[in-house]
Design a protein around this ligand. Structure first.
Ligand code: CP
Length: 292
C-alpha cells in the first residue's frame, strides 16, 4: 500500500506515470479492487469528497464515511486507535480532509494507505494532479514559461501541492498577490507585480480563493485593494494571447478573485478541470493499492 499525502515519497518517473494514466484512463474498463475505503472529511467539500466516492464505486470499492464530529474522536480517542478500528473493519484506504497540517501523523501505518483530500494549507495532491493534467491537455506545460498562481497563496493547499509537483517535475512557478497573502517560503518562485507582467510572461494562471475562514484578521482585510490590483476581469483577459488559460480549483468567490463577467470567458476552463476529477481519484486509488 502507498500513501498519497504529498509528493515526497513519489519519484519523478512515477509522477509522470500517474499523470499519463490520468490522461489516458478509460473509466469503462477498470479492474475491480475488492476492498473498503473510508472517506473522512472533517472540512466541507463537494468536488473532492464526491469524486473520491464515485471513483471508489467505479473500482468496486465499498465506501464508508466518517467525520470527527460523529466519531469517538470527540471523546478523546487517539488516531492510532481510530486506525486500528478501521483496519479491523477491513478498511485499507483512508481519504482525509482536515484543517490540520498533521500529515506526519498519517505517514507510517502498516498495510494501510492514507490519501490526502486536503490537509490545512499544506497538501491537496490530487487537485495538483488534476491541474497539471489539465495544463498538459491544453499544451501549457513548458520548462521556460511559469504557471502562475494568483490570490490567497498563504492559506492555499492547492498552491502548496501544485508548487511541489511542478517544481519536482522541473517546471517554473509564478505568483501574483499582495504581500500579506504570499507564502512564508518564497524559494524558486517568480514573483510578478502586476497582471500586465503575468500576461506577458505566463501562459496560464490558477486563481485561488481568498480563504475567509483562514484569514487571521478578516475584518482588517482590504478587499477593495485586492480587487483593484489582483482581480481578473475581461479587460485584462483581452490583452492575453488567445490560448492563455485560466484555472480555478473551486469553490470560487465571485466578484473577488474573478469578476462576474469573466466567468463566461472561454479562457476560463474550470469545467475541463472538473472532467479530470474522477479520473484523478481513480488513479490515486490505483496508486494507493500498488497498481501503478
Ligand atoms: N477543489 C476542491 O478541493 O473542491 P472541494 O472543496 O469542493 O472539494
Amino acid at each position: 500500500m502507498e500513501n498519497l499525502l504529498n509528493f515526497k515519497n513519489i519519484d519523478k518517473e512515477n509522477l509522470e506515470k500517474i499523470i499519463e494514466n490520468i490522461l489516458s484512463i478509460n473509466l469503462k474498463t477498470l479492474n475491480q479492487i475488492d476492498s473498503i475505503t473510508l472517506l473522512q472529511f472533517n472540512e466541507s467539500s463537494t468536488r473532492t469528497r464526491l469524486s473520491f466516492n464515485v471513483a471508489a464505486q467505479l473500482l468496486g470499492l465499498k465506501v464508508l464515511e466518517n467525520q470527527d464530529a460523529i466519531s469517538a474522536r470527540v471523546k478523546g480517542e487517539i488516531l492510532d486507535h481510530e486506525i486500528d478500528t478501521y483496519k479491523s473493519l477491513g478498511v485499507e484506504t483512508l481519504v482525509v480532509r482536515t484543517k490540520e497540517n498533521n500529515i506526519v501523523d498519517y505517514e507510517n501505518f502498516e498495510d494501510f494507505s492514507v490519501i490526502s483530500g486536503g490537509f490545512g494549507n499544506s497538501s491537496h495532491p490530487t487537485q495538483a494532479l488534476i491541474d497539471i493534467s489539465t495544463l498538459i491537455k491544453f499544451d501549457k506545460l513548458s520548462y521556460e514559461i511559469p504557471i502562475t498562481y494568483v490570490g490567497d497563496l498563504k492559506h492555499s493547499r492547492v498552491f502548496s501541492s501544485g508548487r511541489e509537483l511542478l517544481t519536482k517535475l522541473g517546471y517554473k512557478v509564478g505568483v501574483l498577490t499582495n504581500k500579506d497573502l504570499l507564502p512564508d517560503n518564497l524559494d524558486n518562485l517568480h514573483i510578478f507585480n502586476s497582471w500586465e507582467e503575468v500576461i506577458k510572461y505566463s501562459g496560464s494562471v490558477e486563481l485561488l480563493r481568498i480563504q475567509k475562514e483562514r484569514l487571521k484578521n478578516l475584518d482588517g482585510f482590504d478587499f477593495e485593494n485586492f480587487i483593484n490590483n489582483f482581480q481578473l476581469n475581461n479587460e485584462i483577459l483581452e490583452t492575453a494571447e488567445k490560448d492563455f488559460i485560466v484555472m480555478h480549483p473551486m469553490p470560487i468567490n465571485i466578484g473577488i478573485e474573478i469578476d462576474k463577467e469573466a466567468l463566461n470567458n472561454n479562457r476560463f476552463i474550470y469545467k475541463e478541470q472538473l472532467k479530470l476529477a474522477t479520473k484523478t481519484r481513480v488513479v490515486s486509488y490505483q496508486f494507493a493499492y500498488g497498481e501503478i
